[in-house]
Design a protein around this ligand. Structure first.
Ligand code: 6PG
Length: 603
């Protein structure tokens, strides 16, 4: 076991000891209560009312595990559209496994692809917490012995997991649907966007390219936040092994969905092996998730989601933990935006199983952890296949079949994991280097300060973004406006960079997991709307961003900063599009480095 992985795990355990103890006490109390068996007759009758006769009978007897199905299905998200028929399929599979089940909750799911650059994006991160709460509402009926959680995309899997951890005495299996087939290559899609921004292609050509990329149901094919979720569920042992990137509507996918039902019934209190989710997700599992994130060049959004998930399990996972692990975890995959391959090509080259096998071999993962599939993570280092009609797993080749996509741990693409914690008089921020050319890891330039993504776009269109510059986009933090992704800035920033300008982004907002190329100091905390120095910046202030040194500073002394008046957040930010309903979240939300959540705050 690598000593740094051991140290980070021990430190995480130590700093979280009191919180984790409280969490486990709650979990044990919930497990001991067995509420279903103590429900009053009228409560139970309500639960049984809509059930088929045979299920009613079994549920009345109370001996079989009763499994909650929580789904984020809608057909607005291409990634979630295949989940439509899963509940019926799972109910049949659960019955075969001797369990009964109910569809406990449908939770909201929003598509960041549809809302990029629009007002709805301001609800994106808050939707994670709402999904956690909606999951809890389904489970709070207290009649369940386990949960199946159906979801794929950005905020949905973290939200489901936070909700499920609140009912950590129940076992959980996460059920994905898989990616769409490859369409127009992601880098060609990005190139056409850059040309559109430069006025070189028409809107019709742009739309044709977008539709060639997003062309059917299933998850988008780049390694953004949704697909990072999927790899993390593998690394945390919460999936049927290898189910992340199997296409929807295939016999293999169906077999894996059925297997999820078998596993959750088996892991219930009435099953062969009781595995409460809250016990399963311990410090080792959280560290494994961070390691897998880093080794695969995953989404920056998990710098928020993993600390929020950790808090739901009683842990204080910090950006320092990410940074320490990043120094020893090698980058083993090149998947867009960190490379040219898409997730289908990544999967064909070995996919998550390859990454996990290599990390296990390098002693960078805790191997002896309980998983949904059994004891030990090794089961997740093999690939699934159908042996006739039987679901089986087989070893991957020893050598990389595609060294431009996946590498052995001894021959990585880069020796570190590409997560940098930037610190200085502007605050603390995250920067992901895996998609950024090292030539751009250090930028020193005057600030151009904006209070919205739209204002940057207007300045670009007016030809005002000239020369080297650090684009400061502030009042984009969780308290200000829910911390939207600012992905629409990418084509224009990439154009400036390609034109030879030295550019970087500094923001208290987020970027999409699909963003790359241009260095971005993200999730800056404290945010401008909560006393951050960002609110005091002016055009022309000299900013230094250095990924190698972990530095982010403005060349102003403390005395100079003292004399500056902080700008006020733009007025009337939160009206229309439902934003007015989320005032309480904006008020309650915690800082980015604690997961930007209004849930699981310090007790
Ligand atoms: O992966 C993420 O973090 C995103 O939130 C993701 O949903 C993405 O931003 C959109 O799908 C846009 O994708 P493209 O604009 O790159 O096509």
């Amino acid at each position: 076991m690598h000593p740094v992985v051991e140290q980070v795990t021990a430190a995480l355990e130590q700093r979280s000891a009191a919180r984790r103890t409280r969490y486990l006490e709650r979990l044990q109390a919930a497990a001991a209560r067995e509420p279903r068996r103590k429900l009053s007759c009228s409560n139970l009758a309500h639960a049984l009312a809509a059930q088929p006769d045979d299920a009613r009978l079994i549920m009345k007897q109370g001996g079989a595990p009763h499994i909650a199905i929580v789904s984020s299905y809608n057909d607005l998200l291409s990634a979630h559209a295949p989940l439509r028929d899963y509940p019926e399929r799972l109910k049949v599979a659960l019955a075969h496994a001797g369990a009964t089940s109910q569809f406990a909750a449908g939770v909201p799911a929003m598509c960041d692809g549809i809302t990029q650059g629009e007002a709805g994006m301001q609800l994106s991160l808050f939707s994670r917490d709402l999904i956690a709460q909606a999951t809890a509402i389904g489970l709070t009926h207290a009649i369940f012995d386990g949960g199946l959680y159906l979801g794929v995309c950005d905020k949905i899997v973290p939200g489901l997991l936070i909700g499920a951890l609140t009912f950590g005495h129940l076992p959980a299996v996460f059920v994905p649907a898989g990616p769409m087939h490859s369409g127009l290559a992601n880098k060609d899609k990005a190139a056409i966007r850059q040309r559109f921004v430069r006025g070189e292609v028409s809107r019709e050509e742009l739309l044709a390219a977008e539709q060639a990329a997003y062309h059917q149901d299933g998850t988008c094919t780049f390694y953004g936040t949704a697909n990072t979720n999927q790899l993390l569920m593998e690394a945390m042992g919460l999936h049927v092994p290898g189910s992340a990137f199997v296409h929807p509507h295939t016999p293999l996918r169906d077999a894996m969905t059925d297997e999820a039902a078998r596993l959750v019934a088996r892991n219930s209190q009435q099953g062969e092996r009781y595995l409460p989710l809250g016990v399963q997700v311990d410090a080792r599992v959280l560290v494994n998730a961070v390691v897998a994130l880093l080794a695969s060049g995953g989404s920056t959004n998990h710098g928020l989601h993993l600390p929020a998930i950790a808090r739901a399990a009683g842990y204080e996972l910090t950006w320092e933990d990410f940074a320490a692990l990043s120094q020893v975890v090698p980058l083993l995959a090149r998947v867009y935006p960190n490379g040219a391959a898409d997730v289908n090509q990544f999967q064909a080259a070995g996919g998550p199983a390859w990454i996990l096998r290599e990390l296990l071999a390098a002693g960078l993962l805790h191997a002896e952890v309980p998983t949904a599939a059994g004891e030990g993570l090794q089961a997740y280092a093999r690939e699934p296949w159908l042996d006739g009609e039987r679901l089986a797993w087989r070893e991957l080749p020893a050598q990389s079949p595609a060294p431009d996509i996946v590498r052995r741990h001894g021959e990585p693409f880069v020796a570190d994991g590409g997560f940098v914690l930037l610190q200085g008089n502007l605050g603390r921020a995250m920067l992901k280097t895996s998609a950024v050319d090292p030539a751009h890891w250090r930028v020193q330039a005057p600030a151009r300060v904006f209070d919205s993504e739209a204002a940057v776009q207007a300045a670009y269109a007016a030809g005002e973004l000239i020369g080297d510059l650090i684009l400061v986009v502030r009042f984009q933090g969780p308290h200000a406006n829910g911390m939207p992704e600012l992905h629409k800035l990418m084509p224009l920033l990439a154009n400036l960079q390609q034109a030879g300008q030295h550019v970087a982004l500094v923001t208290d907002g987020r970027l999409s997991g699909a963003s790359g190329q241009v260095p971005g100091a993200l999730h800056l905390t404290p945010e401008a709307a909560r006393g951050g120095v960002l609110a005091k910046l002016r055009d022309g202030d000299w900013i230094e961003l250095d990924a190698r040194q972990g530095l982010l500073r403005v060349a102003l002394s403390d005395a100079e900063l003292q004399t500056r008046t902080a700008a006020l957040p733009p007025v009337a930010l939160a009206a229309g599009y439902g934003l007015e309903l989320f005032a309480a979240q904006r008020h309650l939300v915690g800082p980015a480095d604690q997961g930007a959540t209004s849930l699981c705050r310090d007790e």
